[in-house]
Design a protein around this ligand. Structure first.
Ligand code: SF4
Length: 255
């Protein structure tokens, strides 16, 4: 494990609400280096997403399908849907009953079928069939909230944005980078404190960390490379739990 660099100095002159939502300074480049080493066997500065960039429309619709749904079900529904209706115009004209049948593996499929067709129609009618490359414009579309809009920017357009899902929200709080109660607050605090050139890899790396190591109920601090820069990990070490097994349960302040 590499030694952590000194914490960066806190930025002066921050506004009141930013001070309240933001936590301690975090060496984000170090965090991303370590997570890329752990999960990608590589360097996040090589824009690996470029090789995985997808059709913005399919990213947008796929993210709507993924809401409150397991990844496997989302993948199955998206594959069935896009095999039949791969484009904005095709989905905008599709019969509702057929969309429902194709996306039945996902939760709330009837609501989502209406929503994704309305989204396709809005893109066709208001944006000449092109997914808008702009956060505010994306947020005007049916069923598109901040996470979906930010995912579309990052994974569809490779635009800097910070999609905050449950993993990003939880880990940012455990690190002590933010002190927030909602994903929206977390996004605002991260946008204010994380350097913009780190925004694109932030979500994919923290999601992998949340799925594999910083688990929702039992963060595995004993095998985490961030333990020296993480507020929760530092507390876990201070409790003398290292190697004793005590640190494997939920920690105070862990969410
Ligand atoms: S040290 Fe523990 S709480 Fe902190 S990021 Fe790692 S696993 Fe999560």
């Amino acid at each position: 494990m590499r030694r952590a660099p000194p914490f960066p100095a806190a930025s002066p002159g921050r506004g009141r609400s930013r001070r309240r939502l933001s936590g301690r300074p975090i060496p984000w480049a170090f965090v991303l280096d370590e997570l890329a080493r752990l999960y990608q066997n590589g360097d996040w500065r090589i824009p690996y997403l470029r090789a995985h960039a997808e059709d913005p429309f399919q990213v947008l619709v796929g993210t709507i399908l993924s809401q409150r749904t397991r990844d496997e079900a989302t993948d199955r529904a998206a594959a069935q849907l896009f095999a039949r209706y791969p484009s904005v115009s095709a989905l905008a004209d599709a019969p509702l009953s057929e969309i429902e049948r194709l996306i039945r593996p996902v939760g709330f499929y009837a609501t989502k079928a209406r929503g994704i067709r309305a989204t396709a129609q809005a893109i066709r009618d208001r944006y000449h069939g092109e997914v808008p490359r702009d956060l505010d414009a994306l947020l005007t579309l049916p069923m598109v909230g901040r996470k979906t809009a930010n995912c579309t920017l990052v994974f569809g357009f490779l635009e800097p944005a910070i999609p905050v899902d449950t993993h990003v929200h939880r880990i940012a709080n455990r690190l002590g980078a933010v002190r927030t109660g909602t994903p929206e607050e977390t996004e605002a605090a991260l946008r204010a404190t994380v350097p913009r050139d780190l925004w694109i890899p932030l979500n994919p790396l923290l999601v992998q960390h949340g799925q594999n190591t910083c688990l929702p109920r039992r963060p595995r601090c004993e095998r985490c490379p961030l333990v020296e820069v993480c507020a929760t990990g530092i507390r876990w070490k201070a409790q003398g739990a290292h190697g004793s097994g005590k640190g494997r349960g939920p920690l105070p302040g862990a969410r």
